[in-house]
Write a protein that binds this ligand. Structure first.
Ligand code: FAD
Length: 468
């Protein structure tokens, strides 16, 4: 008989919630974590630190006051990197503590050390002091996450070249910053540093900001990022990086177009690799995709039936939110529990740029490609009383309804509280609601949520005018 019903490797959101789900079902569970602290990328280097730094940047720069009082505020001169990182460290510490308590409360054992698979049911844990412990499990949940991809072009040993983990160990605030990669992480950090008044250039080979967004929202976000002072240089890869010896001299990046960009520091955000190397997965017959992503079936089972993989280690969508849910489904499936075994059919995406962007469901471009008849309704925050009160005048809520059934098919929000506001539309989509729901709902006034009603009336008005 195995020591445990479930051995979980990794204590990020996928590992934590997989472990707790199994423990709640009365299973004996152990979590193995190679770092001295729990929480993975979400708590320590990614989600929470970056979101906390965003709030700090908005606060230190007086950014929100700009929209309210038309005053130009700049970063307090005395603000140092430790001012910048102070709250990030507090939030991180509290989250690590919460995870430890959550695991303890549910009777989950934690073993610190690097786990490798010795055979199909045995995880060998090597602790930092060199001692080892073997753990056997009826099932194993692989939740080892991912690590920033480091293109060979950039000398990461230089203290002025950062990946998205190292940026949290900044020795000093950059005088200027080039961000390479306009994906979600690159765009978020570019906005954060620009809000602090630091000149930022954002480079990408792609021609637009976050192409998976609805085109209108992507274009608006690009405009707002430029208004924040970010120089967008799209369409040309970086060909050469020259690092001067003198620490005060500028780094020079030469683009394939021949354009040269000089900067004090560089943040490379070029995607992430799954943490699979050295785990012993190949010998067991586990299959891999691009960048080491573990291949799984719909229930998150790998090619080895009692070995499941969830979270960043399996790739897209690689979010803390989806990782937790994947772990729930994997545990339900492994132990034959009675809970639901599918991911929600519509997932929300929150992007913490400045302004924030969030979406759920279809974009206009997807609906057109699929030949689905639709009608769009818009509510600019500039005409929303709450938007006026809080100085959020560039925001937009855009709803996409089926032209005949009036079912909500997509919701897109740009502006303050976007990642919260999107949930109203998400719930409407998950319950198959139509425009009628927003017409009949009484919203608090004045609120940004009320923009749902305005956008719905706008869609109904467009429908009336275009159907004669
Ligand atoms: P991780 O959180 O990476 O945890 C994996 C754990 O496994 C780590 O603790 C690691 O040390 C451990 N581990 C690895 N190998 C071993 C081994 N051999 N033995 C023992 N332990 C091991 N997601 C959102 O939903 N919203 C956001 O706003 C958001 N913002 C982000 C911002 C940034 C800058 C980054 C980098 C990511 C962001 N994400 C966000 C993504 C989110 O952080 C990840 O999707 C999430 O952390 C994945 O969870 P996970 O449990 O799969 O992996």
């Amino acid at each position: 008989m195995a020591d445990f019903d479930l051995v979980v490797i990794g204590s990020g959101p996928a590992g934590e919630w997989g472990a707790v789900q199994a423990a709640l079902a009365g299973k004996r569970v152990v979590v193995v974590e190679r770092e001295p602290v729990l929480g993975g990328t979400a708590a320590n280097t990614g989600t929470l630190p970056s979101k906390t730094l965003r709030e700090t940047a908005l606060h230190l720069s007086g950014f929100k006051a700009r929209g309210l009082y038309s005053v130009e505020t700049t970063l307090r001169h005395e603000a140092t990197v430790s001012d910048f990182l102070y709250r990030e460290r507090r939030v991180k510490g509290m989250e690590r503590e919460r995870i430890l308590r959550n695991l303890e409360r549910n009777g989950v054992e934690v073993v610190l050390g690097t786990g490798t698979l010795k055979d199909e049911h045995t995880v060998l844990v090597r602790r930092r002091d060199g001692t080892e412990r073997q753990l056997t499990g009826s099932f194993i949940l692989l939740a080892t996450g991912s690590t920033p991809y480091r293109p060979a072009l950039y000398p990461f040993g230089d203290p002025r070249i950062h990946d998205s983990d190292e940026i949290l160990e900044l020795g000093r605030l950059p005088r200027s910053l080039v961000v390479v990669g306009a994906g979600v992480i690159g765009c978020e950090y570019a906005c954060m540093f620009a809000a602090l008044g630091i000149p930022v250039t954002l480079l990408d080979v792609k021609p637009e900001v976050l192409p998976f967004l609805d085109d209108e929202i992507s274009a608006l976000l690009g405009q707002r990022m430029e208004a924040l002072g970010i120089r967008l240089r799209f369409g040309h890869p970086v060909a050469k990086v020259d690092i001067p010896k003198a620490p005060e001299a500028c780094i020079r990046l030469t683009l394939e177009s021949g354009e040269e960009v000089e900067t004090d520091q560089v943040l490379v955000a070029s995607g992430r690799n799954s943490n699979t190397s050295g785990l012993g997965l190949e010998a067991l017959g586990v299959k891999f995709g691009k960048r080491g992503q573990v291949e799984v079936g719909p229930d998150f089972q790998t090619a080895v039936p009692h070995l499941y993989a969830v979270g960043d280690v399996i790739g897209f969508p690689a979010l803390a939110s989806t990782s937790m849910d994947q772990a729930r489904i994997a545990v339900e499936h492994a132990f034959g529990l009675s809970g639901p075994r599918t991911m929600a059919p519509v997932l929300p995406y929150g992007i913490y740029t400045i302004p924030e962007v969030s979406m759920a469901g279809e974009t206009e471009e997807c609906l057109r490609d699929k030949g689905v008849p639709y009608v769009a309704g818009r509510a600019p925050f500039a005409t929303n009383p709450r938007g006026q009160i809080i100085g959020e005048t560039h925001g937009l809520l855009k709803l996409l309804f089926h032209r005949e059934s009036l079912k909500l098919l997509g919701v897109h929000v740009l502006g303050e509280q976007a990642s919260e506001l999107v949930h109203i539309g998400l719930m409407a989509m998950l319950t198959g609601s139509t425009a009628r729901l927003f017409v009949e709902t009484c919203f608090n006034y004045p609120t940004l949520s009320e923009a749902y009603k305005t956008a719905t009336f706008d869609a109904l008005d467009t429908l009336k005018q275009t159907t004669g």
